[in-house]
Design a protein around this ligand. Structure first.
Ligand code: NAD
Length: 267
């Protein structure tokens, strides 16, 4: 019997990639597809919209019914929508796979509350490569002292609405964890004007936007006379869809709790 997967944000860039990925995954089926009320996509066939043959599933706007009936719902939408969906996941005891970025600490607390009732996987990046990279960055930061400056540069497509990217923040948090410091104290999310010299221990960020770049992250450890750079380049969002569907199949078998991609991958 296949796992019934619902998609919220089904007409979005990630939503369409998810429809393609679930359709190609044995043991998984697209059970329902929902968009925000008023979206032009309502009533359209989810398969056709994703560039496939018709699936016979038209995009609706009833997230309540979707969460009540699906085994798992994958959510790459907006922070406000994701917080609402987390309450529906808790009510329906439906596993919730969250890829939305730009969540505030308050939004994240809503996911934690829902996770008392149902499995929730929350990851700023669903690729295997970035999750391995985060572990390497944590280790590197633990070995090197804070005379090594850490900055993270990211580039994404022109439509991205949050900065720095969730992945850049995730990598910065991994570095802070390696150094055993509080990320919120050492982070420098952007720089401009007369900033003064760089304080030791700061973890800096720079965000570039343009074209159709799927996601590129460079984490730089710089010391006098030498520099280490870790680079990750995503070239197709199918990568994230693959990871999210893997997380959905995994979460369907878990107890309630808040999980990360590290748990899904068993890293
Ligand atoms: P997008 O704008 O193309 O798609 C978002 C979709 O969500 C839109 O179609 C929108 O109409 C829909 N939506 C908004 N509110 C909704 C609601 N209440 N109910 C149902 N649908 C709703 O954006 P995208 O490029 O697909 O990215 C979506 C999110 O996923 C962003 O936060 C992005 O940063 C994040 N993202 C995460 C990863 C990861 O691996 N975690 C990878 C890529 C993108």
């Amino acid at each position: 019997m296949s796992i019934k997967i619902g998609i919220v944000g089904a007409a979005g860039r990630m939503g369409r990639a998810l429809v393609r990925q679930i359709t190609a995954t044995p043991g998984a089926e697209v059970f329902g597809a929902v968009e925000r009320p008023g979206s032009d996509a309502i009533g359209k066939d989810a398969g056709l919209l994703a560039g496939l043959e018709p699936l016979g599933i038209s995009i609706g706007d009833d997230a309540v019914a979707l969460f009540a009936a699906a085994d798992v719902v994958i959510d790459f939408t907006s922070p406000a929508a994701t917080v609402e969906h987390s309450m529906l996941a808790a009510q329906g005891k439906t596993a919730h796979i969250v890829g939305t970025t730009g969540l505030t600490a308050e939004d994240e607390a809503a996911l934690e509350r829902a996770a008392r009732h149902t499995p929730v996987v929350y990851a700023a990046n669903y690729s295997l490569g970035v999750n391995i990279l985060a572990a390497l960055i944590e280790r590197t930061a633990a070995i090197l002292g804070d005379d090594w400056d850490i900055d993270i540069v990211e580039m994404h497509h022109r439509h991205k609405v949050d900065a720095p990217s969730g992945t850049a923040l995730m990598l910065g948090k991994a570095a802070a964890k390696g150094r055993a410091v509080n990320f919120d104290i050492v982070k420098k999310l952007s720089r401009e004007g007369l900033t003064g010299a760089r304080p030791a221990g700061e973890i800096g960020f720079a965000s570039l936007r343009g074209g159709d770049v799927v996601g590129e992250h460079t984490t730089i450890f710089a010391a006098p006379a030498e520099r280490i750079e870790f680079i990750h380049k995503a070239t197709d969002r199918a990568l994230f869809a693959r990871g999210a569907v893997r997380a959905a199949l995994w979460a369907a078998r878990q107890k309630p709790g808040l999980y990360s991609m590290t748990d899904v991958l068993g890293l």
